[in-house]
Design a protein around this ligand. Structure first.
Ligand code: ADP
Ligand code: MG
Length: 264
């Protein structure tokens, strides 16, 4: 009897790209796109060559976060899409290819095709890191990425409370099943540095740390909540660019350094 087809046989590296990293979470709104954007920029500031692919087909937010709304990437002579360059990071988003208020209603096979195009029909050039900002959850987009390309690893983003952790556990379970190493967790909106110097816990602290210890998963960093972070996202310039010395930016930079240490 013939062996069942192995979907992971389609995996092919992207030539010129060293490390492809998935940025995922179980939940929406925990700050995946914010973390992906600021860590991408922080990596670029450490001298790495960085690309950021926005594969959140349900809610692409990279165009807005990088001041690139309504930009249309050009095709080069080899008929590949040319990523936009912002602050030294190469950007590509599903949002560049569809109108802002248009919903994407795609089934699995179309998603697989779209993912392939984003990985291979984009002129990424030489990159040390390609970060992929994923939609929340454990669905076709995540699986198609894992099947199309060997991933250096996945980063999961969580907020402190247990409702977020429950979903992060599912994301980690999914990566483990498809043999993608989990590089670590970023705890976002971990606290708020109040003007009086007090450290305010905006969300109740759940059992994230105990879970990470039990599973031997690294915590890559803790990013405080600060309105500047959200404002950067709205204004289209990530906070690491506008306020590099803020506590939040320093947290993003430390995460980038940790990633560089883990992935040579
Ligand atoms: N550390 C933070 N401090 C303040 N606001 C944040 C922080 N992280 C994310 N946000 C805000 O939270 C909202 C959701 O973040 P986003 O990155 O879009 O989440 P996701 O991609 O997981 O859906 C955005 O408005 C963003 O600006
Ligand atoms: Mg997002």
């Amino acid at each position: 009897m013939a062996a069942p087809p192995n979907p992971f046989e389609q995996q092919k590296p992207i030539s010129g790209v060293k490390h492809v990293l998935a940025v995922s979470s179980g939940k929406g709104g925990v700050g995946k796109s914010t973390v992906a954007s600021n860590v991408a920029l922080a990596l670029a500031k450490t001298g790495a060559r960085v690309g950021l692919l926005d594969a959140d087909i349900y809610g692409p937010s990279i165009p807005r976060m990088w001041g690139a709304l309504n930009q249309k990437p050009e095709l080069n002579e080899g008929r590949k899409l040319v990523p936009l360059a912002r602050f030294g990071v190469k950007l590509m988003s599903i949002g560049f290819l569809i109108e802002e208020d248009t919903a994407v209603v795609w089934r699995g096979p179309m998603l697989f095709k779209a993912m392939d195009q984003f990985l291979r029909d984009v002129d990424w050039g030489e990159l040390d890191f390609l970060l992929v900002d994923l939609p929340p959850g454990t669905g076709d987009v995540q699986l198609s990425l894992a099947q199309k390309v060997p991933l250096a690893g996945a980063i999961a983003v969580s907020t402190p409370q247990n409702v977020a952790l429950t979903d992060v556990k599912k994301a980690i379970d999914m990566w483990t099943r498809v043999n993608v190493p989990v590089v670590g967790i970023v705890e976002n909106m971990a606290w708020f540095n109040a003007p009086g110097g007090e450290k305010l816990q905006l969300f109740p602290k759940g059992s994230l740390d105990a879970y990470l210890k039990e599973k031997d998963i690294a915590k890559l960093g803790e990013v405080p909540f600060h309105p500047l972070v959200g404002m950067g996202g709205e204004a289209g310039i990530p906070v690491v660019e506008t306020h590099p010395d803020s506590a939040e930016s320093r947290a993003f930079i430390a995460i980038a350094e940790s990633l560089r240490g883990r992935l040579q």
